[in-house]
Structures are given as C-alpha cells and as structure tokens.
Design a protein around this ligand. Structure first.
Ligand code: AMP
Length: 402
C-alpha cells in the first residue's frame, strides 16, 4: 500500500532530523492560529521524534510572501505547537545559515526548533539546488510530513531528498494509504460527490474516476459547465466556457458505455439574482432556469435523490461544496452531504479545503473516516498523478545510510 520508507524505518536517536510540515494555516488579524487542523495532524510525527530523542528541526511555509514579510513570520505556529506538545519550541528568525547551524549544534535530544518561513526565500519555490543543499546541511535525516505541499516540486519537498536520506512522516503516509485504497481497492459500491467552483481542479479527477467509481454525483458551481455542455440554459450561473469541450467529452465517454460509472447532475436548484444574504431566492427545475438568475445550491429534489442514493454506498469520496454554503440560504445541499457522510455506515473520505471547512461549520468533522489535509495534493493524487514530494522519498526497499 505504501512503497516508501517511513519514520518507522529509521533510527533517529540523537540525530538531527529536518521535518517538512505544512503548517500553512489561517491566522486571525492579531496573528493567532485560527485553524489548527494541520498542526494537530503532524503531532504524531513530532511526538514520535521527541520520544525517540531526536533533535527536531521543523520547516514550513506560511502564506504566499514574495520574500520577507513580517506578517508571515512563523512565530504563532511555534507558539501553538509548543502548547500542543507541552514543551518549548524555539523559533529562529532565519531559515538557513551559520547562525542556524550554531543553534542546532547545541540542541539536546528531544529539543524542538522551528525555522523561519521557507517562502521568505524565493529559492524555495524555484527548487534552487543551492538552497536545498543549505537546508540539507542542517540535518542527518529528512522527514516529509507535508502532504498538503506534496504536489509541489519545491526545494524543501524534492530538493532536500537529493542530499539527505528522506522518509515519510506519519501524516504523509496515512494520507497516501487512504487515497491509494480509494483508487485501488475501495469497498463497493464506491460513490463520489464533486462540487465547488474551480472545474479545472476537478476534471482530471472526474476522468480518472470514470473507471473507478460506481456513481458520480456533481454539484456546486462547476456542474453548470456540464449542464451548458448538454445544451441547457443556466442563466447567469458560473460557467467555465474553456472547459465545455472537455465536459462534453466526458459525458460522451459515459454515454458510449466506456466508463464504469454513471454521472448524475442536479435536477433542480436554489436560484438567486446575486450571491448575497439578502437576495430573493427561488427553487426551480433544471429545465426551467431563469435567464438573469444564478444557481447557488442544489434544490430539494436533488438533495433527496443524492441522499437516498448515497445510503447504498460502502465507500464515499466527497470534495467541493454543493452550493455557496457560506450563506445560510444556499447551504442546505452542502449540509445534507456532510450529514449523509457523517451517518454513512461505509468508509467516508473528504478531500480537504472547503469541504473540510463545511464539515466543521456544520459540526460533522469527527464523524468522517478520513479528512485529507491537502485539498490540492489530494485532488492531484486522485487524478492519478505522482506527487513529487512523495516520489522523492526513499523506496521501501532501499537501504538507509545515516
Ligand atoms: P472550490 O475551491 O473549487 O472547491 O470552490 C469552493 C467555492 O465554491 C465555495 O466558496 C463556494 O461558495 C463556491 N460555490 C459552490 N457552489 C457555487 C455556485 N453554484 N455558484 C458559485 N459559487 C459556488
């Protein structure tokens, strides 16, 4: 199931271990951690390193700085981590260099250090070999636990493993194991629900799912591209014209019987003239769309059909809200999916991002088999694409020289 070396395969006692995590979390205005999901998810790896007496050196990115940006220093992350592991986490204002090396020299087994935001160095995103070498020179072993960044070929994900023995952390391993099972050996029937806006992120997944899932249910902003491709009037709803042909191709494949799955599009919608809390809203069937209105949630008929169908599934994957769930009057479809997933007796997997936010908003997070911490990485994986951050790790059969 997982063909890479993991943290379990290396002796980290007394070693300097460089750990790439993805603590790219939301912060409040006064720079407190707003959403700690990703920090909590990496605790098993960090706690294991501490308990084994490693010298743990944590690296992460935060936000999208071009270079140094005081608002994106990682101090709040170090403080939050320190509270969770109940021990000091020393934070340095630098990421690489002599000063960093000096501090690492005096670290004791069990100590934890966090270095400054990787993206203060533009070399990080460029995967600059010299920057990767400098990061690697800080440690004896590299552990990648940053699943959320595994689809990016950056210096800290694919560069460092060229210079250090590189293994997977427990979070990265768990993510890959769950998602591989979904693609290779799901319990059937396996149903998938895809929604959200950005169709570009999801068409590859839909294509890869055609011969893997048994039933595919679409909703959210992206379903209007499929409906328009079928020749239906979708009023002012969001349509990605550049993907109409691809939507047509996918539907043709299904019609020709070249796929395992059937595709379900919404039967009715909640419409409004604009995305607003105070906008008037109406329910209408897909054949009776109003010209100047937009579809902002799946309607009650669709909700019932999707809910009843999903009861049969032994495995359900969900990514992307069914409507503009941030506004109460367009949230019912997404709430229904959260509830149906939560009460399903089968395996339920959620693909991070907005779907995770919806689960939390409606109080169903704890009732899902597995919620991926990496929206983009999860979708790339489900497209069938190899993730550079995973590929770059040592194969399970390789010999580790530390
Ligand atoms: P994505 O990042 O592609 O998963 O899209 C998530 C966003 O899609 C959320 O912020 C939703 O508010 C938005 N969304 C979902 N359904 C619709 C819709 N029918 N029209 C416009 N936006 C939508």
């Amino acid at each position: 199931m997982f063909f890479k070396k993991t943290l379990r395969d290396v002796d980290v006692r007394g070693k300097r271990v460089l750990v790439r995590v993805d603590f790219n979390v939301s912060l409040t205005e006064d720079r407190n951690v707003l959403d700690d999901t990703r920090i909590l998810a990496s605790l098993p790896t960090i706690r294991h390193l501490i308990s084994q007496g490693a010298k743990t050196i944590i690296i992460t990115h935060l936000g999208r700085p071009k270079n140094y940006d005081a608002h994106l220093r990682v101090d709040p992350l170090a403080e939050a981590l320190s509270r969770y592991i109940a021990r000091p986490v020393r934070k340095l204002d630098r990421t690489v260099g002599e000063e960093v090396k000096k501090v690492i020299e005096i670290m004791k087994p069990g100590d934890v250090l966090m270095l400054e935001n990787l993206r203060f160095h533009e070399e990080e995103k460029r995967n600059d070999p010299q920057f990767a070498r400098e990061l690697a020179s800080l440690a004896d072993i590299f552990v990648n636990d940053a699943f959320g960044t595994a689809h990016r070929a950056h210096a800290s994900t694919v560069g460092v493993p060229k210079y250090l023995p590189a293994v997977a952390g427990f979070l990265l391993e768990t993510e890959v194991v769950h998602l591989t099972k979904l693609l290779e050996t799901p319990e059937r029937p396996f149903y998938a629900v895809l929604g959200g806006n950005k169709i570009a992120d999801k068409l590859g997944v839909i294509s890869n799912f055609l011969n893997r899932v048994d039933e595919l249910f679409l909703g959210g902003g992206m379903c209007f591209t499929f409906l328009k491709a079928r020749g239906l009037n979708v009023g002012k709803s969001i349509v990605w014209d550049e993907y109409l042909e691809e939507a047509k191709r996918i539907m043709k494949e299904i019609e020709k019987g070249n796929s395992r799955c059937s595709l379900h599009l919404p039967l009715d919608f909640v419409l409004a003239p604009e995305i607003s809390e105070v906008a008037e809203s109406k329910v209408t069937t897909v054949e009776n769309f109003y010209d100047d209105w937009m579809g902002l949630d799946i309607g009650p008929m669709t909700q019932k059909f999707y809910r009843d169908s999903l009861q049969e599934a032994k495995t359900i994957f969900w990514n992307g809200p069914m409507g503009v769930f941030e506004i109460e009057k367009f949230a019912a479809g997404t709430k229904m999916i959260c509830e149906t997933m939560a009460y399903s007796r089968g395996t339920t997997i959620v693909g991070g991002g907005d779907s995770d936010a919806a689960l939390r908003r409606f109080g169903y997070s704890g009732l899902i088999t597995f919620v991926s911490t990496g929206g983009g990485a999860c979708l790339k994986f489900l497209e069938g694409e190899p993730l550079p951050g995973v590929e770059s790790l040592l194969d399970a059969t390789e010999v580790v020289k530390v």
